[in-house]
Design a protein around this ligand. Structure first.
Ligand SMILES: [Fe+2]
Length: 293
């Protein structure tokens, strides 16, 4: 039996934050910059991120999913270091990316993000835009974008009708094929906080109930999370991870990532999840494992 291993990390919020140019400190970025200099620079650490990626690489996954928030304020100077970091994780053939709300922090950030990371968010056959579809081993990786600029203090996500319709058609086209379908999305499908929610989650859940996927991977909340959603024949697991660069603060745990071992058993899928963390100087450890499917 062949086992395909998919690793998932999210929300690296790659530190350090470069000093903004004065012209960049307008509107929402002023608040974000104050938040970074007061709090976030202590929470998101490069040594934490590097230890996590080193442990992930040592596990030799077949593929790696990264569900957004690479940058913090989407300053021009953040993009080159973010690209260098993602290349250190792996080449586009082995790494799939979807954007997060911080990657679309202000107007103008989305085109820059797309230009910088387009090859990590491209469908097979070089198709661009969202949703995109990549086949890797037994997987069909489907990437969507919930990243839209929002008002200060807001971190909501939005797919929009065009993307939902395209996703509906894409999933209909995959029906019947023996593929393990993984939806990559930055925002969780359910949120306790109105200012952080996916605003058209109900419409997405209706699409998923019609066609199904085997697994949903998301970030955004910076916590370990497993939720279940209705599919056409059973429940779909949706799994979130903490920020890949974070120390433990309050209710938010320290950086971790997940490994999914996926195998075909007769007519059905088996998917086992392992949660790993690796803090600087402590070495890597598995903190939880469970069978999802
Ligand atoms: Fe986010």
């Amino acid at each position: 039996m062949t086992i395909f291993t998919l690793a998932h990390l999210s929300d690296p919020h790659i530190p350090p934050l470069p000093k903004p140019r004065l012209a960049e400190l307008l509107g929402k970025r002023v608040l974000g910059y104050l938040n970074w200099t007061r709090n976030r620079h202590r929470i998101h650490r490069r040594d934490v991120l590097d230890a996590l990626v080193a442990d992930l690489q040592a596990q030799r996954p077949d593929h790696i999913a990264v569900t957004g928030d690479l940058v913090n304020l989407a300053l021009a100077a953040e993009f080159a270091p973010a690209r260098a970091w993602l290349e250190s994780v792996g080449p586009p053939e082995r790494v799939t990316l979807v954007p997060g709300n911080h990657d679309a922090y202000v107007r103008g950030a989305v085109p820059r993000f797309t230009q910088t990371f387009g090859d990590y968010m491209r469908g097979d056959g070089a198709a661009t835009g969202f949703p995109f579809l990549q086949r890797r081993g037994p997987l069909a990786l489907i990437g969507v974008s919930t990243a839209v600029p929002t008002a200060p203090f807001m971190a909501t996500g939005w797919l929009g009708q065009a993307q939902l319709d395209a996703l509906d058609r894409m999933l209909a086209g995959l029906s019947g094929a023996p593929l393990f379908r993984v939806l990559l999305i930055h925002h969780p499908l359910r949120s306790k906080h109105a200012h952080k929610r996916l605003t058209d989650s109900d419409a997405l859940q209706a699409v998923l109930k019609r066609h199904g996927v085997e697994l949903i991977l998301h970030g955004h909340d910076h916590i370990h999370s497993t939720m279940w959603f209705d599919g056409p024949t059973g429940r779909i697991p949706a799994v979130g991870v903490p920020s890949a660069s974070s120390i433990a603060v309050g209710h938010r745990p320290a950086a971790a990532y997940n490994l999914f071992a996926i195998a075909r058993e007769g007519d059905a899928w088996r998917c086992d999840m392992r949660v790993r963390m690796s803090l600087p100087g402590r070495g890597g450890e598995e903190i939880r494992s469970l069978r999802l499917i």
